[in-house]
Design a binder for this molecule. Sequence first.
Ligand SMILES: Cc1ncc(COP(=O)(O)O)c(C=O)c1O
Length: 375
Amino acid sequence: MGFDLAGLPVFPWDLLEPYKALAAAHPGGLIDLSVGTPVDPTPPVLRQALAAAADSPGYPATVGTAALRQAVVQHYAQVRGASGVVPDGVLPTLGSKEMVALLPSLLGLGPGDVVVHPHIAYPTYDLGARLAGATPLPNACLDEIPAEVAARVKLVWVNSPANPHGAVLGPEALRYVVQWARTRGAVVAADECYAALAWEEPWASQGVPCLLADSNNGGDLTGLLALYSLSKQSSAAGYRAAWTAGDPELIGRLTAVRKHIGLMMPGPVQAALVAALADPSHVAAQRELYGRRRALLTQALEAAGLVVEGSEAGLYLWVTTADRQDCWATVAALAGLGILVAPGSFYGEAGAHHVRIALTGSDRDMAQAAARLAP
Ligand SMILES: Cc1ncc(COP(=O)(O)O)c(C=O)c1O
């Protein structure tokens, strides 16, 4: 990695500090719906498994225990309609963010290579490409990439449900990306960390389509990777429990480098991950909590004259004003009510007229936010 530290972008959240100070000055106190860090207690099923595995003198294996790999295989078969995932195609990661940031480097990408990511997106796709010395390419439509650039694309990121705007990629869109990338020999990586949080139909009843599902890739996982995380579905961001799964050949390459670096998921966290995957009930309960908060906040925002767009799935509301004012003006107005939200410009220029509001307030915070928004 020949990364130039001076080339690091400003850490975007630092820019929000003045608005945080303004919101904190509200007599009712700060309601922070900006970063989206989970606030509900981690369910007992994870905590108990973590504690029971606390005696952990030896180094864990980079690839995880056989139980972890099997639990992930079963998760894909039972929950995501993906029966082709095998134990050798599973690799635990320390949260999914580090893999988003490291994937281009771990794949050996470098100068001249192009990494495509959604044009309104989680900023780490861009950072990861830069870290490897490759060129990030924000893109809304693969067909619009000029042929000479398309020939240099080595990795295509998709994010469904998307942060920040909550769009879901349907089966046809996924198949199209797979076919586009395969024609060019590029890897497709799907960041699916919000897959358990679908609100609108057909996704709420059918489930969010998975890149690894047999029906979306012709039953062939070659060149495909999916990232998933327990941070949101299991209110366990502090555990850093996540994985990457898919093409066993690619997983083997990533594992080889990660072994050298020592990127191993702690043993007790592996045990908690296995226990979490065996217990769908806590995921359903967490989803219900977020669903109630989403309904309450949506109603309050709309009554206040704001417009909620997209947001069909995921952990955020994507919000603008009737006149689509600049996002920083909306950030300032909401900060005046003591509510801190993220400016859409953090996610790309095309987000400059929206703010992103996380559903991660406590029930009390959400009720207060709704009350403060009341006209
Ligand atoms: C799109 C997306 N990918 C990845 C992550 C990383 O989550 P974690 O590292 O907790 O798994 C986030 C976190 O907010 C995210 O929004």
